[in-house]
Design a protein around this ligand. Structure first.
Ligand code: HEC
Length: 159
């Protein structure tokens, strides 16, 4: 649910900005980041949650901390060019890249609550990694879990 709302929000922003090049340029610098990292390195809760989820599901193929492997791309690089919608599409629906030279398959996670309930958190973590503001490894300091985040998690996971 959180993701759907967010997509609508992004769509609304995109529509509002369409037609004005100047506005689009401003958007790339003022676009709201999906994460927050304090000067002392304390990461916002979603980044920490995303770190945990990424490193329990995605790291087997995409490597620890998003650095890639021989058979799946480094997401720290991918996230520099993928939009939120493109990221969502690949994770929800999966993607096959199979021809005579390569055989690579990104599984579909659309029915996996352990991914779908945290898909915005994983996005926040990967964006922070690709923007270079979160180093490799487990974030040393994190903000407390916000009550509204805990409520959304419980609703999504059906707890
Ligand atoms: C079984 C291995 C595997 C797992 C697990 C996996 N992926 Fe992938 N993923 C791939 C492969 C292989 C590709 C490249 C597919 C292609 O070449 O089209 C890919 C592509 C992607 C892309 C597009 C990258 C680009 O540069 O366009 C994203 C985003 C992505 N994966 C995110 C995730 C996330 C998030 C998770 C964990 C929830 C995850 N993946 C788990 C194998 C995996």
């Amino acid at each position: 649910m959180r993701s759907a709302c967010r997509s609508l929000f992004f769509l609304a922003v995109a529509v509002t900005l369409a037609g004005s090049v100047q506005a689009q340029e401003t958007a790339s610098t003022t676009e709201e980041k999906p994460y927050h990292v304090a000067e002392d390195g304390t990461v916002s809760w979603p980044v920490f949650s995303g770190f945990r989820r990424y490193n329990s599901v995605c790291h087997t193929c995409h490597g620890p901390d998003g650095v890639g492997s021989t058979f799946a791309p480094a997401l720290v690089d991918s996230m520099k060019r993928l939009s939120y919608e493109q990221y969502m599409d690949v994770v929800v629906n999966g993607r096959k890249n199979v021809n005579t030279a390569v055989q690579r398959t990104m599984p579909s996670f659309g029915l996996d609550p352990n991914v779908m309930c945290y898909i915005d958190d994983i996005y926040a973590y990967l964006k922070a990694r690709s923007d270079g503001v979160v180093p490799r490894g487990r974030p040393a300091k994190k903000e407390d879990k916000p009550a509204e985040w805990a409520e959304a998690e419980a609703a999504c996971m059906g707890l």
